[in-house]
Design a protein around this ligand. Structure first.
Ligand SMILES: Nc1nc2c(ncn2[C@@H]2O[C@H](COP(=O)(O)OP(=O)(O)OP(=O)(O)O)[C@@H](O)[C@H]2O)c(=O)[nH]1
Ligand SMILES: [Mg+2]
Length: 163
């Protein structure tokens, strides 16, 4: 069976684990418990063929970043999450994307990536405009951008499509 490993990356507290939990279990936890490393596995049908998706929920906080290069090497696709309410988390994605390109695509190979602007329910505190996400995505080939909210009603499933 085909197996595809996706790493969820981005700064601490942007909602990476919330996006994964919403996608996997339909749950939302409003407590913040910084991740060290978590992984999930689920089978999907893609174009009528069974396919196993391994999801690696990575650490965003500085003290747990040690293994991120290893996770990048081990993954084939990437979901880059920022918080729409925190511009610095959007800027941080440029560095994450450069790390991915350095390790996975030194010769400019295709690497599937999706940029996700999370916390779309907090639109009144929005600090990053939708078009800026589109522009960042356009800077890298084959990267698309979407927005999600994990609370209270989710659009997380839409983030799976472009990957
Ligand atoms: N309002 C709102 N809060 C959210 C959303 N997604 C996550 N949160 C909250 O943001 C906080 C951080 O979420 P996490 O999913 O733990 O963040 P993370 O990116 O996994 O953080 P690290 O594991 O430290 O890298 C938690 O209190 C979540 O409840 C969202 O879409 N809307
Ligand atoms: Mg987390």
């Amino acid at each position: 069976m085909r197996c595809f490993r996706v790493a969820i990356m981005g700064s601490g507290g942007v909602g990476k684990s919330a996006v994964v939990l919403r996608f996997m279990n339909g749950e939302f936890l409003d407590i913040y418990d910084p991740t060290i490393e978590d992984s999930y596995r689920r089978q999907f049908d893609v174009d009528g063929q069974p396919c196993v998706l391994d999801i690696l929920d990575t650490a965003g906080t500085d003290q747990y970043l040690t293994f991120n290069d290893l996770f990048i090497r081990d993954s084939q696709g990437f979901v880059l999450v920022f918080s729409l309410t925190q511009r610095d988390t959007f800027e941080d994605l440029r560095r994450v994307r450069m790390d991915i390109e350095r390790l996975k695509a030194p010769g400019g190979q295709h690497v599937p990536m999706v940029i996700v602007g999370n916390k779309a329910d907090l639109d009144m505190y929005r600090d990053v405009m939708y078009d800026e996400g589109i522009k960042l995505a356009a800077e890298a080939n084959d990267t698309t951008q979407t927005s999600t909210k994990c609370s209270p009603q989710s659009r997380v499933r839409s983030a799976q499509t472009p990957c």
